[in-house]
Structures are given as structure tokens and as C-alpha cells.
Write a protein that binds this ligand. Structure first.
Ligand code: ISE
Length: 335
């Protein structure tokens, strides 16, 4: 069975997903597209022979669409995801599931009422080989328990529309989910520190920011988010255990050694750095949809990350105080 996919909001991320579905993955075909920019929808749809719909609701309701890929702007996700649940269609929604925990809760309520998991959230780092090796070392117990995790999330530049809040809801959300997944426990408090700002920032932007988080068992996590570092897209992570450390492999690139020294290229953006992880994530989703199953991160993961983001935003907009994080009881559907 070929899974017939409708894409809502094919901006940069959506087009990258369409490319991989069309050229690299198996079992899926993009048959429908919609975008608030109708000309963009037409441009994207034309080479695919896909149908252009006037709205997300119309695309989701179409009998030709088996499953929905939501890659629109974060605040638009909730409406599309709720419509997909209502139509009983599996939906892969890019992160954030929605920008606030309240919005994510409305999605959880709808899914619980529908009685089955239809929503997968695009937390692609769970598919990265290097993070998976780190998780295996932790699970093996060979180096003892996790104590500290140091993260760095660096982007070359951010557009002028990027706000300090997005440093949390759009950027740090990757580490928030990855830490929950890696450590297999919830984050219970967050604080946001504001270091000296780069002179390469826009006036409105506090850049960099540093998140300090703590988990239920007391693991201490830091996350430097610096979105105008100029030199490249650089994701680093060091897990400190009782008897050793595990560090994320550096960019998955070959190392060149010559008269200038020893170095590897730094990736340019998230598609470059996480290409394989995105492929694995999308392939797993398509294959699961074809089997009528749900795999991967759920609406619960989207909600749990959003609660931590809400706490981070409150610390950021306040005085950098420590903000507690508390989740609702986990519905049985997500046990
Ligand atoms: C973007 O939306 C991403 O998901 C990237 O991975 C992240 O590095 C960037 O800061 C976000 O804006």
C-alpha cells in the first residue's frame, strides 16, 4: 500500500520532507498540498502532480489523503492536528506540537476522546545515530547513572522575525524533548539565564540564552542556545555519568588533517546535520501508517515539552527565576 500524504504548509521544512518522501523513502507519495501562500502551494504541487487544496480542512477531508504532514508555522499546528484527529487520519506534526501547553492539552483531549493515537510529533533527534549510541551506553549501566548533561544548540543566523521566546519554543524544545527521551524521566524545574549579548543580534533579541533544567532524579542539564553564532549549525551534547562521559559525535563528518591542523566541516543547518535522522523518522512514520500502527513520539511528548517551554518562557520574561514544571496525570492512552 502506498500511503497518500497531504502536506499542510510546505515552507522550507515541508519541502525538505516532500523531497525525501519523493526521492529517498519508500511507501509514501505526496498527493495533496495546501499553503496560506497559494502560489507556493501551486509551485510545490506542480512537479509532483499533487492536488492543491484551498485550506487544511479541505485537504484533510479529501478521500485521496490517507495521512497528513503538518509543516506550517507553529501557531497554526493546533487547528490542523485537531482536524486530522476529527477525521481519524494519522498526522505527523513538526515541532512544536503547539506553542503552549494549553493548546497541546486540547489536542490530547481530542485524541483521548478519539480513543487512539493518531499524532506523531517531529522530534527527529530521537532518530540520530549518535544520540542513540549515547542512550545505549546509559541504558547499559556500564558507566553508572547520569548526573549532568551539557548541551549546545547553535545556529549560524536567525531571521529578524525570530523572538527570544522562540529560542525556547522553536529551538531549545529539541533539547527538552531529547533530554526527556535520553534520560527517560521528566524535567521538574527550569531557569533561563541571560549572558552578555552578541553584538551580531537584532536589537530585540537576547542571544545567547542558557537554560538550566533539573529532572525528577536530580540530573542537572544546561543548554546554551545561540542562534547567531555565524560559523555554522553546531549541536553538541556531553552526558556525564558516574564513571565516564559520552559526547555526541562531531557533525558526522570526516576529519581532515594537514599543515593547518586537524578539522572537520561544520554543518550548515538542521537538514544538513540531521538528514539521516529526518529520513529515519519519516520512513518509520510512513511504514507505521501503512500497517495501521502508531510509533514514535506522541501528543503526550509534545505536551510535556510544551509545559517545560511554558516554564522557560516565564523565567525568560521574568527575572530568570527557577520555575517548577508540573504535568497533568498521564492519560492511559499514553501509558
Ligand atoms: C528550527 O525550527 C529548528 O528546528 C532547528 O533545528 C533549530 O536549530 C532552529 O533554531 C529552529 O528555528
Amino acid at each position: 500500500m502506498t500511503v497518500r500524504i497531504g502536506v499542510i504548509g510546505p515552507g522550507g521544512m515541508g519541502r525538505a520532507h516532500i523531497d525525501r518522501i519523493t526521492r529517498e523513502l519508500t511507501g509514501g507519495s505526496v498527493v495533496a498540498v495546501t499553503d496560506i501562500d497559494a502560489a507556493n502551494a501551486a509551485r510545490v504541487a506542480e512537479p509532483l502532480g499533487a492536488k492543491v487544496h484551498g485550506s487544511g480542512g479541505e485537504l484533510i477531508a479529501s478521500d485521496d489523503v490517507d495521512a497528513v504532514l503538518v509543516t506550517s508555522f507553529g501557531p497554526a499546528h493546533e487547528e490542523s492536528v485537531l482536524q486530522a484527529i476529527e477525521a481519524g487520519k494519522p498526522v505527523l506534526c513538526e515541532k512544536p506540537l503547539a506553542p503552549t501547553a494549553d493548546a497541546c492539552l486540547r489536542i490530547i483531549d481530542a485524541e483521548v476522546a478519539a480513543g487512539r493515537k493518531l499524532v506523531t510529533v517531529g522530534f527527529m533527534r530521537r532518530f540520530d545515530r549518535s544520540y542513540n549510541e549515547m542512550k545505549q551506553v546509559l541504558a547499559s549501566g556500564e558507566l553508572g547513572e547520569a548526573l549532568i548533561v551539557h548541551n549546545r544548540h547553535r545556529n549560524p543566523t536567525a531571521p529578524e522575525t525570530y523572538t527570544a521566546t522562540m529560542a525556547i519554543t522553536d529551538t531549545a524544545i529539541h533539547e527538552i524533548d531529547t533530554m526527556r527521551w535520553l534520560l527517560d524521566e521528566e524535567i521538574v524545574e527550569v531557569r533561563v539565564d541571560k549572558p552578555k549579548r552578541t553584538r551580531n543580534r537584532f536589537e530585540h533579541l537576547q542571544d545567547p540564552v542558557v537554560f538550566i533544567m533539573r529532572t525528577e532524579s536530580g540530573v542537572w542539564i544546561d543548554d546554551e542556545v545561540f542562534v547567531n553564532i555565524r560559523y555554522g549549525y553546531d549541536i553538541q551534547c556531553e552526558l556525564v555519568l558516574e564513571q565516564g562521559t559520552v559526547t555526541l559525535s562531531d557533525q558526522n563528518r570526516t576529519v581532515r588533517r594537514d599543515a593547518q591542523g586537524s578539522r572537520n566541516a561544520v554543518t550548515r543547518d538542521h537538514n544538513d546535520r540531521f538528514h539521516e535522522a529526518f529520513n529515519a523518522e519519516l520512513q518509520q512514520w510512513i511504514s507505521a501508517v501503512a500497517r495501521g500502527e502508531h510509533t514514535g513520539s506522541s501528543a503526550w511528548d509534545g505536551y510535556a515539552a510544551a509545559v517545560v517551554c511554558d516554564a522557560g518562557v516565564s523565567s525568560l520574561l521574568g527575572d530568570g527565576e527557577q520555575v517548577p514544571v508540573s504535568l497533568i496525570d498521564r492519560p492511559g492512552l499514553y501509558a
